[in-house]
Design a protein around this ligand. Structure first.
Ligand code: ZN
Length: 296
């Protein structure tokens, strides 16, 4: 069969149009970091978080910054539903009812959420937020918020009265994997040394549909609790998935804890899992060992 030049041209045009309609291979997941308020310097951490997420090649990351102290919080209306995963670097004033329900509906409907360090201090009075993050600290949280968790051969839910949230001196500490078959943890060493950080303790909350991924021993020598404190979690929330890392303190521009390859790797994997329910990333060769910190 012989094509006329016009017909050939039409064929090529059709082929080109068909190709352009096919998603580019390796299409990226959209991720949104929320910041703007925090008792930690979020201006130092958000660019780092954005960079480590983008370097996986999996994410295209936007940032939504809430208005500063004298700004109008009602104007803060990120379009959460545009994103596969929302990452909170936010600890501050409550949002409008509309913004809160937009987040709840999006995660409940199958979206991903990631809570980093003091993001779990936020919103003590927001019931659904506490359900999403599983446990939190400070903000006058007490036993009324739910049990305080610790690990003693298995997860213990301690409902006795007391405050929720505290930490001892910042120090280097070992992380112990408790759910080695979870996609976020699979292939990671069972014990690894985390860079200098705050070791949150006595976190409290509803802790429903929650899996403890890793703990760290909170030594009384560093003014800790003498308990194994859960610090990495996954939570099922409706059809959605939440990855909660209590790690990642920063002292102003000093973001030592977030430069830890263990922090970075678990964040990258946790964000992918929250977005898709799977983890396709390899564990980096420079992952920390049981007795040596590895940072960059
Ligand atoms: Zn901190």
């Amino acid at each position: 069969m012989k094509f006329t030049p016009l017909f050939s041209a039409l064929l090529s045009l059709t082929a080109a149009l068909m190709l352009s309609a096919v998603p580019v291979s390796g299409a990226q997941l959209k991720a949104l970091i929320i910041d703007g308020r925090n008792n930690h310097d979020w201006r130092s951490t958000t660019p780092h978080l954005k960079k480590v997420l983008e370097e996986t090649g999996l994410f295209q990351v936007d940032v939504a910054t809430a208005p500063a102290k004298d700004g109008d919080m009602n104007s803060f209306r990120p379009k959460f539903s545009d994103y596969s995963v929302v990452i909170s670097n936010y600890n501050g004033e409550p949002w409008s009812a509309e913004t809160k329900s937009a987040l709840v509906n999006h995660i409940r409907g199958g979206g991903g959420f990631v809570s980093i360090h003091a993001a779990n201090n936020s919103f003590p009075e927001w019931k659904e937020y506490n359900e999403m993050i599983g446990v939190g600290g400070w903000g006058d949280r007490t036993e009324k918020w739910g049990p305080r968790l610790y690990w003693e051969e298995k997860l213990v839910r301690d409902s006795s009265p007391g405050r929720g949230g505290s930490h001892g001196d910042q120090h280097v500490f070992q992380m112990i994997t408790r759910s080695p078959e979870h996609p976020i943890m699979k292939g990671l060493p069972s014990v690894w040394m985390h860079a200098k950080d705050e070791l949150y303790d006595r976190l409290r909350g509803p802790a429903e549909n929650l899996t403890v991924l890793a703990t760290a021993y909170s030594d009384q020598i560093t003014r800790g609790t003498g308990k194994h404190e859960p610090l990495l979690f996954s939570i099922a929330y409706g059809k959605g998935r939440v990855f909660h890392t209590a790690l990642g303190h920063n002292n102003g521009a000093d973001i030592t804890s977030q430069r830890c390859i263990g922090f970075i790797t678990t964040l990258q994997r946790g964000a992918e899992w929250a977005a898709t329910g799977k983890v396709t990333q390899k564990v980096p060769e420079n992952f920390p060992t049981a007795d040596a910190v590895s940072s960059r």
